[in-house]
Design a binder for this molecule. Structure first.
Ligand SMILES: O=C(O)CCC(=O)C(=O)O
Length: 262
């Protein structure tokens, strides 16, 4: 079994149909290849000096870029991509935020990451609505050999971990493509048997009432928050989950930033 990929002209309902059925959706070439390579150059500049992972989950031959929105503006447009935000809203409803966005460079010699569900960091009894969706942007061509993400299609419907003989697919896609996958889908990074690293950014979104995986309010200083587009500021946490989760001194966070009088 291979993956099903849509092309860049895909409509939102085609993407959400794939997410609902398989738990993931790939849109090939959503941004131009050259643009993806240029973003990769900037992320690798930021990864320079970042050590490889500290444990089996992070990967001992994998480098991760955390605190992205405090370090670069290069992923802002992708984070706000209308097709992505439409699909995120379909999965999480209207109130969502960024959770743990991470640049992930799987280096040569990396082994398969354990299969896991991104939502498992939250101790919420099942069944429950989707809590998380992750959006993996490719800045290199993702191949089975260089560590393309492994997915168990349809496993978002099962509570137990998938049996060892479950059908697995590899999210092979050219640089500039994007793969969305719901937080209940079993997946993991692939092994890299090549001599080149594979770089992507997993931009993770979560329901607006959850604690964000990374604390963006300490990552992005107020002076920078004030300069960001409102929608990005909201996604970083300057927002209210109705009726009043997330207030500062009883008011909208933008008021604390001196941006509005709400
Ligand atoms: O890099 C990948 O392909 C996936 C990594 C992943 O699932 C994770 O680190 O949680």
């Amino acid at each position: 079994m291979g993956t099903v990929a849509l092309d860049r002209s895909a409509a939102l309902d085609e993407v959400t149909a794939r997410l609902d059925a398989d738990g993931y959706a790939i849109v090939e070439g959503l941004i131009p290849h050259d643009e993806a390579i240029a973003i990769g150059v900037e992320l690798r500049r930021l990864l320079d000096g970042v050590p490889e992972g500290r444990n089996f989950f992070e990967g001992f031959h994998t480098r991760r870029l955390y605190a992205i929105y405090g370090k670069t503006r290069i992923l802002d447009p992708l984070t706000l991509h209308p097709l992505v935000l439409g699909a995120v809203e379909h999965v999480l409803g209207p109130h969502f935020q960024l959770s743990g966005p991470t640049g992930i460079e799987i280096g040569p010699g990396e082994v398969e990451q354990i299969l896991h569900r991104d939502e498992d960091i939250y101790p919420v009894p099942r069944p429950h609505p989707q809590l998380v969706i992750n959006v993996m942007w490719a800045f290199d061509d993702f191949t089975k050999a260089n560590g393309a993400t492994r997915l168990v299609p349809g496993s978002q419907h099962t509570v137990e971990s998938p049996p060892p003989d479950s059908e697995m697919v590899f999210a092979e896609m050219p640089a500039g493509s994007v793969m969305l996958y719901v937080g209940s889908l079993w997946h993991g990074g692939g092994a890299n048997t090549t001599d080149h690293a594979r770089l992507g950014a997993a931009i993770e979104y979560a329901a607006g009432w959850l604690r964000q995986q990374e604390n963006h309010m300490l990552v992005v200083p107020p002076d920078v928050l004030r300069t960001l587009p409102k929608r990005l500021r909201e996604l970083l946490g300057c927002n209210i989950y109705p009726p009043f989760v997330g207030y500062v001194d009883g008011r909208h966070p933008d008021r604390a930033l001196g941006i509005c009088d709400d």
